[in-house]
Design a protein around this ligand. Sequence first.
Ligand code: SF4
Length: 434
Amino acid sequence: MANLSPDPITISEGISYKPSNIIFMAVYSYSRLEAFKSCPLKYKLTYVDRIKRRIDGIEAFMGSRVHEVLEKLYTDLKYQKLNTLQELHSDFEARWGREWHDNIVIRKIDYTADNYFEMGRKCISDFYDRYYPFNHAMTLGLEKEVRFSLDPEGLYQMIGYIDRLDQRADGSYEIHDYKCSGRCPEQSHFDKDRQLALYQIAIDKIYTDAKEVDLVWHYLVFGKEFRSRRTSDQLETLKTDTIKLIKTIETTEEFEPSESSLCEWCDYPDLCPKQKHFFAIERLPINEYLSEPGVVLVDKLSELEKKKKAFKAGIEEEIAKVKDALVKYAESEGVSVVRGSAKKAKIKIEEVDKYPASGTKERKMLEELIELAGCLPDVSSFDLKKLAKVVESGTWGSDFVSQIKEFVVKETKSSITLSKLNDKDLILEEEIRD
Ligand code: SF4
């Protein structure tokens, strides 16, 4: 890539160019990078194909309204206006009504829009009660846009929006982020989080006095605050990792779908090979759904697989019965090979030593006996085949072997091998015929 000395100019969200050489370059955001990591296809549909959907999950809708109310709270504070909680609740209600539209989806069927409305209202109340009168620091920015590059040449550009940027009386900075998620992560999650750490890279550049920066997350549904810090080494590693990820994105040719629990919130099930069929048939009435060709074929295949399994089980049972009868026949006739019309069966019946199975009391005692005698290395930390070999080899003293053999049970084992009749067998057949 060329050296891009002048600052890039944004021509639309996510695309910039440098006037000197007119090289178009992507500007990445944390959510854009995360989209690629969670599902490359979703990334492509959103950021490359730029397919817009007018669908809002109710969680996102509620979260946006809560963010707006908290932004209003701090904006008004700048003008020395401290809202009451009732005023913020009224503002939340007004925004909720104003912004509501028909394409808001409630995916959790047990909850209604009213439940989410109350949830958002409670987020505001808990936040208000916890931080009133909101004077712990000076607010420097709200929904603050930050642009920064990850490398000195400016080849890897990032953009982000900080919910609230504060500076405390001691000079330290705080990057605040509001979350309305229904899941509350553990501290380790925040110590590894990339989003606010990326914003810290920007703050370090913008404010030269930013020596100490706290990353602060407000999990509003739980009324909890989490904090974390990054060292300059950690930020350097983050830059390198992020550049690596951007390079991966920019060299990706096939954006494959990657299924996860996030599919539930995906706006593109109708364009995704993994979800398209589900999306299509879930919209069909039950009678049409059952006659849909794909459904018919999958049902047929699953029925045949079931039959195959049952047939296989039946055949295996039949084989076991025939083998058993063949062993009995060989024993009663005193033969070890039985001739069929095209094949012959060799029957081997032998008595074998059976050592106690692992997990049994006897096995434990046997292991202890061998270990106590210091002979464990001879049997490779208790390999039964090796043990049988050593016992038969006479390496160990006869008294010790006798003690070992007390654990042995004699077992009759039979095996049958089927093979083709050979030339000799066939000559014999001809002679018999003659
Ligand atoms: S439905 Fe899932 S796999 Fe398909 S594009 Fe969306 S997130 Fe990716």
